[in-house]
Design a protein around this ligand. Structure first.
Ligand code: ADP
Ligand code: MG
Length: 410
């Protein structure tokens, strides 16, 4: 175990190398931080996958995970670390690894958010297994898909209940497309969800208690999806998205997550918000990358240095009590949710920590992003991401966006 003034942050990684290098570099450049009269050293280490004894100690104070959603072994290691070792995990593995989009829809509907009408239909092709044949014949009643779809209303989206990376998502405009999509769904379990019209597609990335709301253009290639545009939402819609993002996260004990909301005027319809450990690649976030990496480091440092205790329990009842209180208006409820979220995230203590222990961090990030070392990382990332013929074009594109971030900070 590390002593009280030395903290190890573990990174559980997939294929990406850009943000981990940024995170490691900035942790080194930050050096030791002072908190309540003590010096705290922070170091990082990439976690390897190995046999583990369920009682074995864990050396990491905090783990940032980008892998366990896809692989069972690291997923089960995280659960053991949470239960046996009290390791601080940015996302509660019992509500993230074990759940899906569907539960997040249900919870946010219960809290009163404006989720488009959504129906779960039984499998087109249920798993083939002896006992199911009896159950299916006896209890899985035939149903009229057209009648279900009429209740949802066209146009709609058919998409897997557990979602992710647009797999199996289709827009359905008429009964013919409905049957085609359902026939093609095979062994995926599908939602039918009313399509929402929108002026703006807002993607909000939340790390700890801080949220960046970005205008997203899903129809464009990845490198162009986040538009650099400030103040694109009416103030009340922007505020609702901030509250929504933190509410979902505090409700499920997620601290690194992104949400998608469709906004028309002041109306906010969230459609996808169980994206814990989202993509934060330089090539996706570009202008917003320095913000994301700063928050990730700040929140991890806060949790490690202050010894914040991980919570795998959820306090759903206190949220439901607000939701069910008929004397409260929607704005009152939003205010109460924001209050619960602030309490969960220890907002005051965190802001204070950032202003004192991490006072130098924004300058350190700015100097690094504006240095040849960052440009080397950008070049390496572009070379590793795009075909050779596109390197110059993409380098110019990202250098321009990063340059405008540097100019805006200065
Ligand atoms: N109800 C909806 N109304 C309008 N567009 C939708 C709706 N649901 C999904 N979409 C579109 O489909 C895309 C993928 O759906 P989403 O629920 O985000 O799935 P995934 O988890 O695969 O990202 C969204 O980014 C959006 O462009
Ligand atoms: Mg999505």
């Amino acid at each position: 175990m590390s002593d009280s003034t030395s903290h190890l942050i573990g990174l559980l990684l997939g294929t990406e190398t850009d943000w981990p290098q940024a995170f490691e570099t900035l942790t080194r450049r930050l050096g030791a931080v002072q908190h309540e009269g003590r010096r705290h050293e922070l170091t990082t280490e990439r976690i390897t996958i190995e046999p583990f004894d369920l009682r074995a100690p864990v050396r990491y104070d905090v783990v940032i995970d980008r892998l366990a959603w896809w692989y069972y072994h690291p997923r089960e290691w995280l659960k053991k670390a949470a239960l046996v070792n009290d390791t601080y995990l940015l996302n509660n593995p019992f509500t993230f690894q074990a759940m899906e989009k569907h539960s997040a829809y249900c919870a946010m509907m219960r809290l009163g958010f404006d989720i488009p009408s959504t129906v779960l239909v039984p499998y087109k092709n249920p798993v083939d297994h002896e006992k199911w044949a009896y159950t299916a014949g006896t209890y899985n009643l035939p149903f009229d898909l057209d009648e279900v779809a009429d209740r949802v209303g066209y146009p709609m989206f058919m998409k897997p209940f557990d979602g992710g990376a647009w797999r199996g998502v289709s827009r359905v405009d008429d009964p013919q497309a409905l049957h085609q999509a359902y026939d093609a769904s095979g062994q995926m379990l599908m939602h039918l969800q009313a399509a929402a019209d929108y002026d703006s597609f807002a993607r909000s990335l939340t790390i700890g208690p801080r949220t960046q709301v970005m205008r997203f253009r899903p129809e464009l290639p990845m490198h162009d999806r986040y538009e650099v545009r400030h103040d694109f939402l009416p103030a009340d819609a922007g505020q609702e998205i901030l509250t929504l993002s933190r509410t979902i996260n505090a409700f499920f004990r997620w601290e690194f997550n992104s949400c998608e909301s469709l906004v028309t005027g002041s109306r906010v319809q969230p459609i996808d918000y169980a994206n814990a450990c989202p993509d934060i690649a330089i090539t996706s976030l570009h202008y917003y990358f320095p913000w994301a990496i700063t928050q990730l480091l700040s929140w991890s440092a806060f949790c490690a240095v202050t010894g914040r205790k991980p919570r795998v329990d959820t306090g759903s009842r206190e949220w439901f009590d607000i939701a069910d209180d008929e004397s409260l208006s929607w704005n009152d409820k939003l205010g109460r949710y924001a209050g619960l979220a602030d309490r969960y995230f220890e907002v005051g203590r965190y802001e204070e920590f950032c202003a004192t222990a991490l006072a130098d961090l924004p300058g350190i990030v700015l100097d690094w992003v504006d240095s040849p070392a960052f440009d080397d990382l950008l070049v390496e990332t572009v070379r590793g991401t795009y075909p050779a013929a596109e390197h110059d074009r993409f380098l110019a594109h990202f250098r321009g966006l990063i340059g405008s971030w540097v100019a805006d900070q200065r």
